[in-house]
Design a protein around this ligand. Structure first.
Ligand SMILES: [Zn+2]
Length: 157
């Protein structure tokens, strides 16, 4: 029986799609893998789509990334303030690696953003929220006391 109410039809399809997201993903992956001849065509189509919809796509990404950022900050600091000085402007807060292993961790994340990585990995321990000032002060102090050699030291009086 055909759908009479188009609005109802649209809602039903949206609901079905969101409930079967993983199934659709697996299906399309399998289909695309078994049809390699479509690869170049799909890539071109994707590029054109992205170019035509860049403002919308970028805005969507920004909103999503802001969400990951807020979730991470409020997980590690429910009061949303710096762990050292209690500064609370959220725009100047960031995640700090308590053990000063940020550089290695960034390499291990392979280009993933920290906020997204934390979300994917269930917010593990070893992180805290600092303001950018305190984060930088901590960095300077660790470089000063570092025994890694002159390359990593910065000259401050
Ligand atoms: Zn601070």
């Amino acid at each position: 029986m055909p759908w009479v109410d188009q609005e109802r039809r649209r809602k039903y399809q949206a609901k079905w799609t969101s409930e079967h997201r993983q199934h659709l993903r697996d299906y399309h992956r399998e289909y695309n893998n078994s049809h390699p001849e479509n690869k170049a065509k799909n890539r071109t189509r994707g590029r054109i789509y992205h170019r035509q919809n860049a403002p919308w796509i970028n805005e969507k990404k920004r909103v999503r990334d802001d969400g990951f950022r807020f979730q991470a900050l409020s997980h590690y600091s429910p009061q949303l303030c710096c762990a050292w000085c209690f500064y609370s402007n959220i725009q100047a807060l960031c995640i700090d690696h308590i053990a000063n292993n940020g550089a290695e961790h960034r390499k291990a994340m392979k280009g993933d953003k920290i906020y997204r990585w934390l979300n994917r990995n269930g917010y593990p321990s070893g992180f805290q929220v600092l303001c950018l000032n305190c984060n930088w002060i901590k960095e300077i102090e660790s470089r000063r006391s570092s025994t890694m050699g002159a390359r990593h030291k910065i000259d401050i009086q």
